[in-house]
Design a protein around this ligand. Structure first.
Ligand code: NAP
Length: 196
């Protein structure tokens, strides 16, 4: 099968993540999307919610979609979640699948800085998801990456996990920015400064 991996901190998961995953699935005929919360992201300070809470929120967000699955492999592996370590494990466990790694199009030009990117790109295709009309500047990438990045278009949604956390802390509405089940989980758990 063609499997799209949607990796992220998901602190919390929001509609931008879901729309990006769906755009990648639809544009490139992926059979399934596996949502993969990172344990410790390589390029950020630690998450606000615990690993278990980020898994729970991700599960709540995707529970009704048949082609979406949750992948807790980075929690299982622990430590800093370098994509190369995760992919080596996935290639071992699922040699029958073709994997596509979904990233925000803005992240594409940052790919050369990823750990062991040459080894990663030799076996993995990336899907950069951007707004309609977004141009990928593949010429700026090293040769070995240029034909390893596909584009998928999604409606522009200016939502970020940081903005959602700030809005929640101030008691502002996040309705339609995150799934209802995720909002319920956040309030029930008193996350991000909400009052249960
Ligand atoms: P994140 O902030 O939780 O977001 C997940 C993905 O969704 C990102 O690619 C992000 O793109 C995209 N996204 C978020 N909001 C969006 C919106 N409104 N519209 C469209 N796209 C949106 O994830 P992250 O912490 O950056 O990590 C992404 C994955 O890359 C993780 O699996 C991480 O481990 C991996 N990574 C690996 C390395 C490495 O191996 N060295 C380095 C960096 C990242 P943007 O980033 O463009 O917002």
């Amino acid at each position: 099968m063609k499997i799209g991996i949607m990796g992220g901190t998901f602190d919390p998961i929001h509609m931008g993540h879901l729309l990006a995953a769906e755009a990648a699935r639809d544009s490139h005929a992926l059979d399934e999307i596996w949502f993969m919360p990172s344990h410790v992201p390589p390029h950020k300070r630690g998450a606000g919610a615990s690993g278990q809470q980020r898994l729970d929120m991700t599960e709540a967000a995707i529970q009704d979609v048949q082609q979406y699955e949750m992948l807790d492999i980075e929690m299982e592996l622990g430590g800093v979640s370098y994509t190369i370590d995760t992919m080596k494990e996935l290639w071992n466990r699922y040699p029958e699948h073709d994997f596509y790694f979904i990233i925000g199009a803005d992240m594409v030009n940052y790919l050369p800085k990823w750990e062991q990117i040459e080894e990663l790109a030799a076996r993995l295709t990336f899907i950069g998801v951007g707004r309609p009309g977004f141009q990928l500047h593949l010429d700026d990438l090293p040769d070995e990456l240029q034909d390893k990045v596909l584009l998928a278009e999604m409606p522009l949604v200016d939502i970020s996990s940081t903005a959602i956390r700030k809005r929640l802390a101030k008691g502002q509405s996040v309705r339609f920015m995150i799934p209802v089940a995720v909002h319920e989980y956040i309030v029930r758990s008193g996350l991000y400064g909400t009052k249960p």
